[in-house]
Design a protein around this ligand. Structure first.
Ligand code: AMP
Length: 280
C-alpha cells in the first residue's frame, strides 16, 4: 500500500496506472471505523484500484471546537487500510490541498443545501463541495464512494458532479451500525459511557418514525419524536425532518409518488450526531 502526502507525488503515481483499470476514490476524514471500512471493501470489490483519502477538511467545520477535537488516529487507520489491501492512501496537509488559500468556493446546489445540515452548519456544504472537487481533480477517479450516513452530503456530491460536468459515478453505501443500532461515527469515540448508552435512541426513534409513516401525518410524527427525546437527558434533539429524497426539502405532507427519508441531528453534550432512515 502506497502512502502519499503531496499532490504532485500522488498525481505522478496515478499517471502510471493502466488506463484500463477502474479507479475508485473513498474520501474520509480518518479515525476509521467499520462504516468506513465497509465502503473501502465495496470499492475494492467493484474496482481495480482503490484510493482512500484521509483529510480533516477545515472549511467544512462551522465549529472550531469540533475541528480541534476531531479524533486523529492515522497510524491505526493506515494499518486497517493495509489489512484490506487498499492500494493507495492520500494524506495531505491543508496547505497541500488548498495551496495556502484555505477558503471555500461558493456553490449553487439548487436548494439541496437549504435545509437540515445546511441550515444548522453554516457554510458546511460549500466546504464539502470545495474539498471533494479538489480531490476529484487530483485523483480523477472513475467512481467515488460515499455513505448514506451523510445522505444530504451524498445528494450534494451528486449535484456537484452534475454542475461541474464531471464523468464520475457516485456510489452511495448503506449505513453501517453498531449492534444497538447507533450509526458508526468517528465522533462516537468522544462519547462518555452514559452518553454512549443513550445514543441508540436516535436510531430507535427513526425506526419508530418509519412505523408511523403513512399511518399518521407528519406533524404528529414530529411531535412524537420530539417528546421521545424530551425523556432522555443525555440527548438534545436539534432537528427531526421528513424530506423528499430528491429535493431534500422538509415535507409537511406526503405525496404518494415520492420517496422520503427521516433525518435526525442531536447533541450528546457538545458532540453532534446525525442519522437517517428510508421511509418508503
Ligand atoms: P467521514 O470520515 O465522517 O467524513 O466519512 C467518510 C465517508 O464515510 C463519508 O462518505 C461518510 O458518509 C461515510 N460514513 C461514515 N460513517 C458511516 C457509516 N456508519 N456507515 C456508512 N458510511 C459511513
Amino acid at each position: 500500500m502506497k502512502v502519499f502526502k503531496t499532490v504532485d507525488s500522488v498525481k505522478r503515481n496515478l499517471l502510471n496506472l493502466d488506463k484500463k483499470f477502474s479507479l475508485a476514490l473513498v474520501p474520509t476524514m480518518g479515525a476509521l471505523h467499520q462504516g468506513h471500512l465497509s465502503i473501502v471493501k465495496r470499492a475494492k470489490r467493484e474496482n481495480d484500484f482503490v484510493v482512500v483519502s484521509i483529510f480533516v477538511n477545515p472549511t467544512q467545520f462551522d465549529n472550531e471546537n469540533d475541528l480541534k477535537k476531531y479524533p486523529i488516529t492515522l497510524h491505526q487507520d493506515l494499518k486497517l487500510l493495509e489489512d484490506l489491501d487498499c492500494d493507495l492512501v492520500f494524506v495531505p496537509t491543508a496547505n497541500e490541498v488548498y495551496n495556502a488559500n484555505i477558503e471555500s468556493e461558493k456553490f449553487d446546489f439548487n436548494g439541496l443545501d437549504k435545509a437540515m445540515e445546511g441550515t444548522h452548519r453554516k457554510g458546511h456544504f460549500d466546504g464539502v463541495g470545495t474539498v471533494v472537487k479538489k480531490l476529484f481533480e487530483i485523483i480523477k477517479p472513475d467512481k467515488a464512494y460515499f455513505g448514506e450516513k451523510d445522505f444530504q452530503q451524498l445528494q450534494i456530491i451528486n449535484k456537484l458532479t452534475e454542475i461541474s460536468k464531471l464523468q464520475i459515478k457516485i456510489v452511495g453505501c448503506e449505513i453501517y451500525r453498531e449492534k444497538d443500532g447507533l450509526a458508526m461515527s468517528s465522533r462516537n469515540t468522544r462519547l462518555t459511557e452514559k452518553q454512549r448508552k443513550s445514543a441508540p435512541l436516535i436510531y430507535q426513534t427513526l425506526v419508530k418514525s418509519k412505523a408511523l409513516f403513512l399511518k399518521k401525518d407528519i406533524i404528529f410524527i414530529k411531535k412524537f419524536i420530539a417528546s421521545e427525546f424530551k425523556k432522555e437527558k443525555y440527548l438534545q434533539l436539534e432537528y427531526f425532518e421528513i424530506a423528499d429524497v430528491k429535493t431534500l426539502t422538509p415535507a409537511s405532507h406526503v405525496e404518494k409518488s415520492k420517496k422520503y427519508r427521516a433525518f435526525i441531528a442531536a447533541f450528546s453534550g457538545s458532540i453532534r450526531l446525525i442519522d437517517n432512515i428510508a421511509l418508503n
